[in-house]
Design a protein around this ligand. Structure first.
Ligand SMILES: Cc1cc2nc3c(=O)[nH]c(=O)nc-3n(C[C@H](O)[C@H](O)[C@H](O)COP(=O)(O)O)c2cc1C
Ligand code: SF4
Length: 451
């Protein structure tokens, strides 16, 4: 019997194939803003937050923090304005899921923002869109203007007494401005230098005021949660691990992307649970003819790599961690057997070195240092002690910096060296290759108990 394909789900993507899906009229015909109206008329802000908590919705920007819990950190009785900074920077390599939402259903994104604004008592929404996404910027501005005209943005929305405005803020193309506090600095007109936390943005964010920061896809889920209830959302996907009281599971649906050495790159929506293998072979068409998949980074570039025989794992927050990787942005980058992992490593190190904001020495110096060592290997001049040096660098970078960009550089590189050491050995000098061969033989003898 033929194997059944993991079914696609159309919640976030329900309007993607409708003509002019980004316009108010088409979006409204398909229910846009009705859940915002429901929240305004029938629910208290606390009830909205509770519903989102019940859903166990976790942030889709990479870190997977529970959204309802984040909203509950926003102080209620403060004598300051509060802000929403919607993270639409999407600069993680290989990641192009938020773009689909902004280009094809900006009203769904805006409705999610408005429900969040109502729940947390904020009255200004900034949508921080990466500079390289002109169509997303245009469609979001269009949606804002239409929502203003129709009375879903502005003063006293729908006679409820609730007022809220929204603006698109365009980034200038820096990866670090996707990091939430780098984003806030940039929004304030400064260099995108991440801030030391605490204070956390929910308490002291943009312009020193309480600020919710969420990813585009995260908030696009919220109208569905209000319509169907948090419990219905929590029933989708992967339930929390009953043996782990801290587990939140991976509930709801997700936009999953695939790019790189693959037949049909793309973006699809599924409930959490589809395996990496199913995503790559059943939807993205598998490897190019005559080639084999060698390695996959499951979520952007910032996660440890999986080898071809590690792909039978569900794309879920905890499931990928269990096998030593992570979900990240859930947009997989595929490398096939024509890809040299040493060259890929140099490329990865170059990206992070180039995008480091330079505030922390381990990141500023370490990323360039790693790049230089990979260059040495690619010139066939690598040594075994270079690999040891890299391991030492990883230890001295990880967890020792202001933001997670430096960790994001370490994770894929360390896993590549450990899983593809033979490719690095093949790029060592002949003397070093001989020494490595002897060391491996000695190790084998020790294991076998032969002196
Ligand atoms: C270097 C770096 C880049 C990031 N880039 C993005 C990004 O482009 N988009 C995004 O939503 N989150 C990005 N994040 C994660 C954000 O800091 C933050 O966790 C997220 O916006 C929170 O939203 P969520 O809880 O809805 O996921 C980045 C983090 C780091 C360390
Ligand atoms: S880790 Fe790197 S990018 Fe992040 S603050 Fe430090 S220097 Fe800047």
């Amino acid at each position: 019997m033929a194997k059944k394909r993991y079914p696609e789900t159309k919640i976030l993507s329900k309007n993607f194939d409708k003509e002019n899906s980004w316009t108010f009229d088409v979006a409204r015909e398909n229910g846009a803003y009705t859940m915002f109206e429901k929240a305004l008329k029938e629910m208290t802000p606390d009830q909205v937050i509770e519903e989102v908590k019940t859903s166990r919705l976790r942030g889709r920007g990479g870190a997977g923090f529970p959204t309802g819990v984040k909203w509950s950190f926003v102080p209620k009785d403060v004598d300051k304005p509060k802000y929403l900074a919607l993270n639409a920077d999407e600069s993680e390599p290989g990641t192009f899921k938020d773009r689909w939402l902004m280009e094809l259903d900006p009203h769904m994104v805006l409705e999610g923002c408005l429900i969040c604004a109502y729940a947390t008592g904020l009255s200004t929404i900034y949508i921080y869109v990466r500079g390289e996404y002109p169509l997303s910027q245009e469609r979001l501005w269009g949606a804002i203007r239409e929502a203003e005209e129709k009375g879903f943005l502005g003063e006293n929305i729908q006679g409820s007494g609730f007022s809220c405005n929204a603006y698109v803020h365009t980034g200038a193309g820096a990866y670090i401005c996707g990091e939430e506090t780098g984003l806030l600095e940039s929004l304030e007109g400064k260099r995108g230098h991440p801030r030391i936390k605490p204070p956390f943005p929910a308490v002291e964010g943009a312009f020193g005021c309480p600020t919710v920061i969420n990813n585009v896809e995260t908030l696009a889920h919220v109208p569905w949660i209000i319509e169907h209830g948090g419990e219905a959302f929590a029933k989708q996907g992967i339930a929390p691990d009953p043996d782990n009281p801290r587990s939140n599971g991976s509930t709801g649906t997700k936009l999953f992307g695939v790019s790189g050495d693959i037949k049909t790159p793309g973006c699809w929506e599924f409930e959490f649970g589809i395996t990496v293998k199913e995503l790559l072979y059943d939807y993205a068409g598998g490897p190019l003819d005559g080639r084999e998949i060698k390695a996959v980074i499951p979520g952007g570039l910032s996660m440890p790599v999986l080898t071809a025989d590690e792909l039978d794992v569900p794309m879920g927050f905890d499931d990928l961690v269990k096998v030593g990787s992570g979900l990240g942005t859930a947009c997989a980058i595929v490398m096939d057997d024509t890809c040299c992992m040493v060259e890929a490593s140099e490329n990865i190190a170059h990206f992070f070195a180039d995008e480091s904001c330079g505030q922390c020495t381990p990141c500023r110096e370490g990323c360039h240092w790693m790049e230089k060592i990979f260059k040495k290997f690619n010139a066939n001049q690598g040594t075994r002690s270079d690999l040891d040096l890299l391991e030492g660098l990883f230890v001295n970078i990880e967890g020792r910096t202001i933001c997670a960009l430096a960790d994001a550089a370490v994770w894929p590189l360390r896993s590549i060296i450990r899983k593809f050491r033979h490719e690095f050995v093949a790029k060592m000098t002949p003397e070093e290759q001989a020494a490595e061969k002897e060391a491996q033989a000695e190790k084998a003898r020790e294991t076998a108990g032969v002196s």
